[in-house]
Design a binder for this molecule. Structure first.
Ligand code: F0G
Length: 457
């Protein structure tokens, strides 16, 4: 088989600045050992996120020039609305400035004290918006999804038995929504199968609970369905997406992921009264319903991106480029979450640094080391992001300690990726000397963005 090449040519480039290890020691100290506090210019390969970091296509840039900036009823809105409706079949499409704004609006309306929002796994901003409303977020991930080294095709699936039990225990009246994240970002970018979605839908229907989809990475999920699930080989990504959304009453999406946009998002749904309520809140927080918090040119870029992301050649290259890092790490014995997911490689920090206990944040220690060794920036997805304090003030750790290296779409070439694998393998060889961290400053919500650290002696 020949090399699967990038299905694009490069028209415009951005320089990378190279720091030395000595410089990085100082930079990391100044950033209080938190990668979010490092300046982007001081990063060689930035794998902090795949969100808003995509390279736009020449088609999208051309679309930006066609952006209609009318306050109400702009052409760009209708282009955007058509495209979202074509994929999701949702009647009401509400633009927002990014995914979490859609979440904020939705959960302000349907959340609240005493309510439970159930998911396969909620992303951090989704959970935070649920909790901020007073409701509780509940993750019911399938058992395979909790074992980093286990290879299974759909580790993002929901545990349907657990869902049924949970509904019986808490009562359907207290569960305003079930939301399935595709792919499951916090659980390794793992896909959800169509069969699982169908079962979840069946249960929701029995109990009259609406099902929503967190659709940030819907196209990557659909590609996995096409490749791995019986009966989808000959279907197009659009057809698969249309079926996927047909089981849902609504969705939230950050267009900063699978729409190749640098900003944007939306909320879409079938239910008219709920859509009216959402639009009312949108007007006081985001903007008029035909622009949300966006410029017309952003709506145009999203509409075009949503079409491009479903191209078969693109998705084949995209998923392969992640798998490729996995193959290199596997050959060197580096522990990572298997199989590789859609948008990132997730190093298993618990297995990588077994001597560092969760209360000393092994994921954060590994992030620091990747930066020092090669100027690579990743993010901890473990007890720093999702840990809670018990009544006794002790940390209740997350079940996995991961470091996510998210690959921006269409940005890095194969040699960048080769470099990343080399740096990870070098850190792995030196893993014995790595020490953990203690938090010196933190906030009550989303603490990982701003927390400060010092090394444990
Ligand atoms: N849902 C999922 C599954 C996400 O991954 C994100 C963002 C959001 C919702 C919120 O969207 O950022 O546009 O407000 N994830 C980014 C990440 C931040 O790095 O994974 P947003």
């Amino acid at each position: 088989m020949r090399t699967i090449i990038e299905p694009f040519k490069i028209k415009s480039v951005e320089p990378i600045y190279f720091t030395t290890r000595e410089e990085r020691i100082e930079i990391l100290k100044e950033a209080h050992y938190n990668p979010f506090l490092i300046k982007a210019k001081d990063v060689i390969i930035d794998l902090l996120t795949d969100s808003g970091t995509s390279a736009m296509s020449s088609g999208q840039w051309a679309g930006m020039m066609l952006g209609d900036e009318s306050y109400a009823g702009s052409n760009s809105f209708f282009h955007f609305e058509n495209q979202v409706q074509k994929i999701t079949g949702m009647k009401h499409v509400i633009p927002t400035h990014q995914g979490r704004a859609a979440e904020k609006i939705l959960f302000s309306i349907i959340g609240g004290k005493g309510k439970y929002i159930v998911s396969n796994t909620l992303f951090d901003t989704t959970r935070a918006n649920i909790e901020f409303s007073g409701a509780e977020g509940v993750d019911l991930l399938c058992e395979e999804g909790k074992q980093p080294s286990l290879v299974a095709p759909f580790k993002g699936n929901m545990d349907v038995k657990a869902l049924e039990n949970f509904i019986l225990e808490k009562g359907a009246a207290n569960i305003p929504l079930v939301i399935i994240t595709v792919t499951n970002n916090s659980g390794g970018g793992q896909p959800v199968s169509m069969a699982n979605l169908r079962m979840v839908k069946e249960i929701c229907k029995q109990h009259q609970i609406p099902l929503f989809i967190d659709a940030c990475r819907f196209a990557e999920n659909c590609y996995f369905i096409q490749q791995r699930e019986n009966g989808y080989k000959s279907k197009s990504i659009l057809e698969i997406a249309q079926e996927l959304f047909s089981y849902a009453e609504g969705c939230t999406m950050s267009a900063k992921k699978d729409a190749f946009a640098n900003i944007g998002g939306f909320l879409a749904m079938q239910n008219e009264p709920l859509a009216m309520e959402c639009r009312n809140l949108l007007i006081i927080t985001e903007g008029f319903p035909t622009y949300g918090g966006l410029a017309g040119r952003d709506l145009e870029a999203i509409a075009i991106g949503l079409e491009e992301v479903m191209h078969q050649d693109y998705l084949k290259y995209r998923i392969r480029s992640i798998e490729y890092i996995g193959e290199k790490l596997e050959a060197a014995g580096v522990p990572f979450l298997k199989p590789t997911g859609g948008h990132a490689i997730y190093l298993d920090a618990k297995a990588f640094l077994p001597n560092i206990p969760p209360r000393e944040y092994p994921g954060q220690a590994l992030c620091a080391e990747l930066y020092l060794e090669g100027g690579i920036r990743g993010v901890e997805i473990g007890s720093l992001m999702f840990g809670k304090y018990g009544a006794d003030g002790q940390l209740i750790p997350n079940n996995m300690e991961l470091v996510r290296l998210a690959v921006p779409r269409r940005v890095y070439t194969q040699s960048h990726i080769d470099y990343v694998a080399e740096v990870i393998i070098d850190v792995f060889k030196k893993r014995e000397g790595i020490r953990g961290f203690r938090i010196t400053y933190e906030t009550p919500f989303l603490r990982h963005f701003t927390a400060r650290f010092e090394r444990v002696k």
